[in-house]
Design a protein around this ligand. Structure first.
Ligand code: URA
Length: 191
């Protein structure tokens, strides 16, 4: 009967439910919750792992050094951050930028699932291993499987190197350029 059930969620309700979330320990140490940003009806959603220092201070995803590189990556395929939707697996900064723990991810993932249900993107792009392991498969190997297309709940999905990894190791950038071009073709085919 779910088929006939209307989705009554709204952005207002989701934002209100998410505000002040204390579902895990990260709520105690955050400065600001980092909800998500961009076009709420975009065909494409970019999903990172969790806020860093600048994101925590500004309350917006990907505004620090990795975010500046993400802007450049979007620009390479004719997009900017107002045209896509950007969010993270966890909404609060893990201390010292460590990876979000499995229980923190499970406590938080419901917010992201509701964001995806509201945006209804046709394409999901995972930034880095952590997001790909949550949505594609637990043993996802970013070095081997970046740039490949998968089906995630009926949506086209691809993982690319996280921009922080590209800052640490610029030799990965040419491969990422190829992946971005594949994404650009996929988005073009939608129209
Ligand atoms: N890294 C992420 O995964 N997300 C951000 O918002 C910033 C850096």
């Amino acid at each position: 009967m779910d088929f006939f059930k209307e989705n009554t969620d709204t952005w207002e309700k989701l934002r209100a439910d998410c505000a002040g979330c204390m579902r895990c320990e990260l709520g105690r140490t955050r400065h600001d919750l980092v909800f998500g940003v961009g076009n709420e009806r975009s065909d494409v959603m970019f999903i990172g792992e969790g806020p860093g220092e600048q994101e925590d201070l500004q309350g917006e995803p990907f505004v620090g050094p990795a975010g500046k590189l993400l802007d450049v990556m979007l620009e390479l395929i004719g997009l900017d951050r107002t045209q896509v939707y950007i969010a993270n697996i966890v909404k609060c900064r893990p201390p010292r930028n460590r990876d979000p723990l499995p229980d923190e991810q499970s406590a938080c993932i419901g917010w992201l699932n509701r964001q995806i249900a509201l945006v209804q993107p046709k394409v999901l792009v995972f930034l880095g291993r952590i997001a790909a392991q949550v949505f594609i498969k637990p043993d996802f190997r970013i070095t081997r499987e970046h740039g490949q297309w998968f089906d995630v709940d009926g949506r086209r999905a691809m993982a690319i190197y996280h921009p922080s990894a590209l800052l640490r190791d610029p030799s990965k950038r040419p491969e990422t350029f190829v992946d971005l071009k594949s994404l650009q073709r996929e988005l073009k085919d939608l129209t």
